[in-house]
Write a protein that binds this ligand. Sequence first.
Ligand SMILES: [Zn+2]
Length: 469
Amino acid sequence: MRPRLFAAALLMTLSAAAPAPAQEPDWSAASKETLAHLQAMIRLNTVNPPGNELQVARHLDSALKAAGIETHLFEPAPGRGALVARLRGTGSKRPVLIMGHMDVVGVERDKWSVDPFAAEIRDGYLYGRGAIDDKGMLAANLETMLLLKRNVIDKGGTLSRDVIFVANSDEEQSGEWGMGWLIKNHPELIRAEIALNEGGRTRIVGGKRLYVAVQNTEKVPHTVTVTARGPGGHASIPLAGNAISRLGRALARIGDYKEPVQVNPTTREFFSQLGRVWPNRQERTAMADVASTDTRRIQRGARVLAGIPVFDAVLRNGISPTIVQGGIRTNVIPTEASAKLNIRTLPGQSIDSVVRRLQRVVNDTMVTITVTDRGEDSPASDFHSPMFAAIRESVQALDATMTVVPYLSTGATDSARLRAWGMQAFGLLPFPMNQDDEDRMHGNDERIPLASLDFGTRMIYGAILRVAR
Ligand SMILES: [Zn+2]
């Protein structure tokens, strides 16, 4: 036995097999390339319905193929597209998936100050439908694939896990031709340990890049119908118990009611971290209160944060009446009137219990409340995991002053499907934006700051490089 020689040989083998350190990409070239792809994708109109996402899928397919990356292009339905691409790793870790949707919501063209599909650049912003939802993310994900290929693999380096790129359709409508279709028809192509999706926030507050909220869990959407019944007849003879009046009373009571405050591990960490950097002093104290384990402090903090609707919404089940129906003619008293409530429960909360509480609040036997569309809960992803750490490191390498927090989103995303399927899914919106820019999502004059497009691309590349090291 010559242990010393053996050890030396082992060391040499190990260092020979170790991945070549990735050099910093040429970020100025990468930035131009990302922008060009985003502009090209905005110019391909994919308003859903009908979607026509296949054109964007083909654009992505040819860009990936040109770099020598393996792709799989599908047409789930005429004109709809699904694209999966893969960079092979050594397989020592399970794959990571980066995804984005190619469809966009419609536009009120006359309310835009630019052509929403021209991808015009003005004053440091790129304008266009999909710029932030979700073609910006697609462009950043595409660039990440191209850079990993050219900068790591083509230079003899290795990745510890496969990196899978997915561009899907129909996210803004049913999802039937999107992630749902891929999971059903090609699970083998997209099965991964981790997924990076849309659904987070990178927020500029008071002109300063403040925090990155990484969505690791989300509220569950349900539709609940409130139906009031009463005597019908000719409107010339007013009747007590008129169904419309009854419904109005029930809705007013529901409007005055708030579900109790519930703090879960994600919201506790969110407010605890954010409370350290938040600019407003009173709100900062309220965040620390909410993150405490003292019930009285939690209630006190929640009362302050209730003044900020987005924060209030993550602290309790939310109830929003959205549709009212009743009556057929102005001179006929209808026997029935109804309203739809959009209810978003916190993960782990039962919609049936919410309905029972609402029944007590309404307190009228002529009013029934039923769940007409039930959402599905899925487990939260772990914010102490390697992916979360990689995101944090990547962000702090770009801006050491930023805080990275786990985040419970009030909106629903495809990640719920992936989490239910056993994946660790995290939601990002990697582009630093202030509230005004963010509010343009699904609105008019949607735009992305060019500097934020760069930041987001670097953030995703850095996170994937770290987690696939
Ligand atoms: Zn989206």
